[in-house]
Design a protein around this ligand. Structure first.
Ligand code: ATP
Ligand code: MG
Length: 334
């Protein structure tokens, strides 16, 4: 079986963008791959180093969201990054193999640093060593567990390319040690926001969280952007430019054809259409929220899952690091 390494930074709860962009795919793949799902708390600290409570709380939320979404601990190991010291060690060795200018050129790092001007300055002049080195630690996450396959969104492709470069460089200097992991691009494109934004995102204020309750869902859906040319209830409209229709489609509303034809014909008002979407969304979220509730009420089970997942990941990393130390001639007393 090939090994998948994937994960998220614990910086908040998961939303529908995460679900369709990555989690759904992992749930499907977990039966055919040896699956390791990383809660990247060390990486969350790169830009939240001054907010440890947020990271700590988000570790729990993330674990709950994974389990709620159908990540099955019998088939996937969910583990906590900071509890694998071998990864931190490998990051240090890798940091010699990547130039600072190469890190500055990483488009995703550039883009993300640009979104955090309060922290890293107008043009990134106060960027930290840790944030800049994020792709190096990501390379260590993947290679320390001998990962073969990394399912990613397009924003992560530059990081995986950097992982491959680092693995190649390591092998060329210290001898064949790592395989080059392969990025598998998620089939789902970026999920848009109900507000019409090209992306649903936590910090964009347009996220529908997997744990949102009916009142929250209702509020968010009622304010969704629809075809602006539709003024009166019975004006015909174009569903292709309506975010409500976009979500009917995404959530596979069984009456999609009716929604479309009624919207085209002007026989469906936006309010009714939104109410139908709320129903579809709540139905979609129901099994997810039921599982979440179960795990919320059984925190000891969640802890056990995280502990066992972390032990499994650590055992693997220890093995790989023996190979690394030997090839780097650091195996002093062996
Ligand atoms: P923030 O706004 O703080 O950046 P976010 O909502 O973008 O938060 P991240 O933690 O940055 O969430 O996202 C982690 C990963 O989830 C991304 O690398 C991406 O692959 C995936 N993802 C996030 N939002 C979406 C989306 N709207 N559609 C598809 N995939 C998404
Ligand atoms: Mg983001």
């Amino acid at each position: 079986m090939k090994t998948i390494i994937t994960g998220d930074r614990p910086t908040g709860k998961m939303h529908l963008g995460h679900y369709f962009g990555s989690i759904q795919n992992r749930v499907k793949m977990q039966y055919d791959y040896d699956t390791y799902i990383l809660i990247a708390d060390v990486q969350a600290l790169t830009d939240n180093f001054d907010n440890p409570e947020k990271v700590r709380n988000s570790v729990r939320e993330l674990a709950l969201d994974y389990l709620a979404s159908g990540i099955d601990p019998k088939h996937s190991h969910i583990y906590i990054q900071s509890l694998i010291p071998e990864v931190a060690e490998l990051t240090v060795y890798f940091s010699n193999l990547v130039t600072v200018s190469r890190l500055y050129r990483n488009p995703t790092t550039k883009h993300e640093a640009g979104q955090k001007k309060d922290k890293f300055g107008e043009s990134g002049e106060t960027i930290t060593y840790g944030f800049l080195g994020y792709p190096v630690s990501q390379a260590a996450d993947i290679t320390a567990l001998d990962g073969d396959v990394v399912p990613v969104g397009e924003d992560q492709v530059p990081h995986i390319e950097q992982t491959r470069e680092i693995a190649r460089k390591f092998n060329s200097i210290y001898g064949e040690t790592f395989k080059e992991p392969e990025a598998v691009l998620s089939e789902t494109p970026r999920i848009k926001g109900l507000d019409g934004n090209e992306k649903m995102g936590k910090s964009l204020g347009n996220a529908i969280y997997l744990a949102d309750n009916e009142a929250e869902i209702t509020k968010k859906v009622m304010s969704a952007v629809t075809d602006p040319s539709k003024i009166k209830k019975d004006d015909p409209a174009n569903p292709d430019i309506c975010m409500v229709y976009y979500y009917h489609k995404l959530l596979k509303n069984e009456n999609l054809d009716t929604v479309c034809s009624e919207c085209n014909a002007g026989s469906r008002g936006c309010v009714a259409c939104k109410k139908e979407l709320i129903k579809v969304m709540l139905e979609f979220l129901e099994p997810i929220q039921e599982r979440r509730k179960y795990y919320e009420e059984h925190p000891e089970e969640v802890e056990k899952i995280l502990k066992e997942g972390t032990e499994a990941a650590r055992a693997r990393a220890k093995e790989v690091m023996q190979r690394v130390r030997k090839n780097m001639k650091l195996d002093y007393f062996e």
